[in-house]
Design a protein around this ligand. Structure first.
Ligand code: XIL
Length: 375
């Protein structure tokens, strides 16, 4: 039983730890960084001036119900990716049915505003429809996979900049020699499901850039290092067997208070991927601000520094051709659900605030685009 004395010391330790953490976080903040930007142009233009595509993930329901948000997308984005609408759980209401209504609305919106359109994602173990587990099995999995990829890819053939063909298929903690995640697709079809997915997509839309997409590749820690190694090995295997893969998507869900960021190691990884002849896309960029101070001035400055420091490194690699944020405005971000703050304050991970005004993160991205080598 802890005595009062020890209880108070536990309290002291906890306070000291919190204070240490907040001191550490304050060290992340540099009030001298003003993130000055010139030109008064949009992110789309800052990026395209360097031959880079900038865009964001969007949701049909949100653009329909927020016309002013739709206007911000039309102004800021040169490429659009559906956040939900091209996933199995939306596209596949039943085993024998496809519903493209919502995705088609976003494709039309992109076309209307002169944006490119990218697809996310043909093969994933999440966002599966309720009927999936009770219907798909070892015997019919290949039929379902080939039919899904063929039907969906053909539906947009010729109009799709790129597809995330396979999403999040690597998990070193699943202890497989090949580093693959033990997903239903792997269980039903074996490791070659990845090669199969790319070949079927390439047959259905020979014009689209076919991408493998994953997360947890960004930081200097043992987990990310192991994942970078496993992803690189997967890409090398696929290229050596002639799989029609053209790019790596790095999701880039960053953390504002992460101090283990090693530009040299990240640059080396990007160069190794590029040396395989692959393009690189930053596909789901945002910055978690959970443990950052509540004050907008400090929080926004640290988030902006995270954006600028990361993009300055990745954009130095000429194979990086596109940057998409996972949303555009703090008004709607998946982090409200997936990485909420303990103080219940609204999270601020994206370039525009909830009133659609550019934040320092917007400036940071513009500055990183301006400094990037021209493609
Ligand atoms: C997320 C969406 O943003 C959420 O709204 C949804 O509830 C779950 O999926 N990596 C991915 C994306 O590849 O598809 C995920 O999107 C975020 C993590």
């Amino acid at each position: 039983m802890l005595g009062l004395g020890s209880l108070s010391s536990v309290g002291v330790i906890a306070t000291a730890k919190t204070k240490y953490q907040s001191d550490q976080i304050k060290l992340l903040d540099n009030p001298k960084r003003t993130f000055k930007v010139f030109g008064g142009i949009t992110l789309r233009k800052h990026a395209s001036a360097r031959g880079i595509l900038y865009g964001a993930a969007a949701r049909e329901d949100l653009l329909v119900s927020n016309p002013e948000l739709a206007t911000s997308y039309a102004q800021q984005c040169g490429i659009l990716v559906p956040e939900w609408e091209l996933k199995w759980n939306i596209l596949r209401p039943a085993p024998d049915k496809f519903d493209f209504t919502k995705a088609d609305w976003l494709a039309k919106f992109a076309h209307t505003h002169g944006m490119l359109f990218r697809g996310h994602t043909l093969v994933w173990h999440e966002a599966l429809p309720p009927w999936f587990n009770s219907t798909v099995n070892q015997q019919n999995a290949q039929k379902f996979l080939v039919e899904h990829i063929t039907t969906v890819t053909k539906h947009y053939a010729g109009h799709m900049h790129s597809w995330d063909v396979v999403n999040e298929a690597i998990e070193p903690n699943d202890n497989r020699a090949d580093g693959l995640k033990n997903t239903p697709w792997l269980q039903f079809l074996g490791p070659d499901y990845i090669d199969l997915a790319f070949r079927v997509a390439a047959q259905a839309d020979p014009k689209a850039l076919l991408v493998y997409n994953d997360y947890g590749l960004e930081y200097d820690n043992p987990k990310d290092e192991a994942k970078r190694t496993a992803v690189l090995k997967l890409l090398e295997r696929l290229k050596s067997k002639g799989t029609p893969i053209h790019g790596l998507g790095i999701q880039s869900h960053l953390t504002g208070y992460e101090t283990h960021f090693n530009p040299k190691k990240l640059r080396r990884f990007l160069a190794d991927v590029a040396s395989l002849g692959l393009k690189i896309l930053i596909t789901e960029l945002d910055v978690v601000d959970q443990k950052l101070p509540a004050a907008f001035t400090v929080r926004d400055r640290i988030v902006a520094a995270t954006y600028e420091d990361y993009l300055s490194v990745v954009l130095a690699e000429p194979a990086v051709i596109a940057v998409l944020t996972w949303g555009l405005s703090d008004r709607y971000t998946w982090h409200s659900t997936y990485a909420p703050r303990s103080d219940k304050a609204a999270v601020r991970p994206l370039p525009l605030d909830s009133q659609l005004k550019p934040k320092l993160a917007w400036n940071a991205m513009a500055r990183a685009f301006d400094k990037a080598p021209r493609r």
